[in-house]
Design a protein around this ligand. Structure first.
Ligand SMILES: CC(=O)SCCNC(=O)CCNC(=O)[C@H](O)C(C)(C)COP(=O)(O)OP(=O)(O)OC[C@H]1O[C@@H](n2cnc3c(N)ncnc32)[C@H](O)[C@@H]1OP(=O)(O)O
Ligand SMILES: CC(C)C(=O)C(=O)O
Length: 505
């Protein structure tokens, strides 16, 4: 399989993302990780822009020895000289010279004629070539340039010594089929094109950075410029992780490989996020938190039966340990059962049905059902297997003005139901008194404690109580997102134990 070179520009175009700014040490840390990731070229910065960026490029050139280290320069002598000054100690240096080629840029931005641009491009590439052999040239805004002018410009810089011709979609304007045609046109119309590698640099203004890069690969590009997490000027650049994983996952379609050690992708992505302070959106392809998480029952069932039903990539390939099934209100019985097994529960069918129902009820109330929630609810279901009285409904009124009042409805041992109400010193006291009016078995509350078993405002509260009757202590536990309901469940749990003992004796 032929190889596509991966040119990472996280440290140059990536750093142009508004709000991202990295110091030299942070850039070096990312460059070292990019080396582990196996990128072919690191564009370390734009040395003329500031003393700090110059130092960062120089440091990376000195320290990171495997990949090519590249520095950007306008078609201006001072830029090229400064880039070389920063790069000269690199094991494999590259100078990247650029100048605009579209009418709108030439007329309104750099205010130069086609002839002037042609001349500057040729002479500045030659100047860079006097420093090192590896020269990249970019006609900025290529996708909005006149193709005939572009062909001549590219031929001129090949003659001057450019070894890589990078075709940028600078403003993210191109459409994949159109961009693919542009690359094909360059291959067919630039006479000495085989002396250089065709590269592409696509921005994501219309969300097509990756698609345009891949269309270019299909049409002859052999280097792709990209950034981790797709960061970059404005809406960013084609994302490295997307380009690399598309080429790998669809090698049946592209028939190319890259030198990327894909298992380092996730780690690299997190490092860039941490150092730039840019959070990764959960649904970001390949590296987003949800990229390998399945939430709906039908998908979860498929993944349990065979991962490939809903996973086109193995998460391990990108350095994520495993995909996960997120339990929530959309989950089905298969996923719930697997999760229980992983947590060490082996429930019979009846207990499982009850636990599943309780889980669905909880998931309706709580967005994230955690392992602690599940442990609490299974324990709750298991310990109430034999219930004489069951709490069916509860209604409580409390506050700092009125008298706390509770109404309860219990199902009774004979299969019927009983309702009653009571006032109390507080809502829990009112509930317990209302239950006592139905169950009517003398006892004394000796201990009551409540704790949160899961985190967050919608956490499960667990109530533990102890009651005493005829010198014997009975424990009861109950959990619920409402602590008054949890208190009522705990009391019912203790009363049922007490009644079972009394009935048995
Ligand atoms: C598509 C891209 O991502 S290109 C890279 C963008 N990156 C950056 O701009 C990095 C940060 N930039 C900077 O620090 C500064 O803009 C510098 C140091 C590069 C230049 O700063 P200044 O000299 O103050 O110029 P300023 O940025 O205001 O204007 C750019 C000048 O460069 C010229 N210019 C722009 N691109 C090129 C080019 N490729 N070749 C030659 N000249 C160019 C412009 O015409 C303008 O020249 P003018 O002053 O004669 O009008
Ligand atoms: C310097 C060039 C390659 C660039 O960043 C662009 O055109 O977007």
């Amino acid at each position: 399989m032929d190889k596509i070179k991966i040119f990472d520009t996280t440290l140059r175009d990536g750093e142009q993302a508004a709000g991202a700014s990295l110091n030299a040490q942070e850039k070096l840390e990312i460059a070292r990780q990019l080396e582990k990731l196996g990128v072919d070229i690191i564009e370390a910065g734009f040395p003329i822009t500031s003393p700090g960026d110059f130092e960062a490029v120089k440091l990376i050139a000195q320290e990171v020895r495997t990949p090519v280290i590249c520095g950007l320069a306008r078609a201006i002598p001072a830029d090229i000289d400064r880039a070389w000054e920063a790069l000269k100690e690199a094991a494999h240096p590259r100078i990247h010279v650029f100048i605009s080629s579209s009418e709108i840029h030439m007329v309104h931005q750099i205010k130069k004629s086609r002839e002037e641009v042609m001349e500057l491009a040729r002479t500045m590439v030659a100047r860079a070539k006097s420093y090192t052999d590896d020269i990249e040239f970019s006609p900025m805004d290529a996708s909005r340039s006149d193709p005939e002018f572009l062909y001549k410009l590219l031929e001129a810089v090949i003659d001057a010594g450019a070894t890589t011709l990078n075709i940028p979609d600078t403003v993210g304007y191109a459409i994949p089929s159109e961009f693919g045609e542009l690359i094909k046109g360059i291959r067919q119309n630039v006479p000495n094109i085989n002396k250089a590698v065709i590269s592409v640099h696509c921005h994501d203004d219309l969300g097509m950075g990756t698609a345009n890069s891949l269309a270019a690969v299909k049409n002859g590009a052999r280097q792709v410029e990209c950034t981790l997490n797709g960061i970059g000027e404005r809406a960013g650049n084609a994302a490295l992780e997307e380009v690399v994983m598309a080429l790998r996952t669809r090698s049946d379609f592209f028939n190319f490989e890259t030198g990327i050690n894909t298992q380092e992708i996730y780690r690299s992505s997190r490092l860039v996020s941490a150092l730039t302070g840019f959070a990764i959106q959960p649904n970001k392809a390949v590296v987003g938190e949800n990229a390998f998480r399945h939430q709906s029952g039908i998908h979860q069932d498929g993944v349990i039966k065979m991962a490939k039903t809903f996973e086109i990539m193995d998460p391990k390939e990108v350095g994520i340990q495993a995909s996960s099934l997120v339990l929530g209100k959309l989950s089905g019985r298969h996923a719930f059962k697997q999760h229980l097994t992983e947590l060490g529960f082996d429930l019979n069918e009846e207990d499982f049905d009850r636990a599943f129902k309780a889980f669905k009820d909880l998931a309706d109330k709580k967005k994230d059902v955690t392992d602690r929630d599940i442990e609490a609810l299974v324990a709750e279901e298991l310990r109430t297997t034999v219930e004489l009285y069951h709490l069916d409904r509860i209604q409580v009124t409390s506050g700092d003005r009125g008298i706390p009042t509770a109404a309860v409805r219990l199902t009774t041992p004979n299969g019927g139901a009983a309702e009653d109400a009571a006032l109390g010193s507080g809502p829990v006291d009112a509930v317990y008194k209302a239950i006592n009016r139905i169950v009517n078995v003398p006892n004394k509350l000796t201990e009551f404690s409540v704790k949160s078993v899961t985190a967050g405002i919608d956490a499960l509260g667990e109530v533990l109580i102890r009651i005493e009757s005829d010198g014997v202590t009975y424990t009861g536990r109950g959990s619920d997102t409402d602590i008054i309901v949890a208190s009522a469940k705990a009391y019912m749990n203790a009363l049922n134990r007490l009644l079972r003992v009394k009935n048995a004796s």
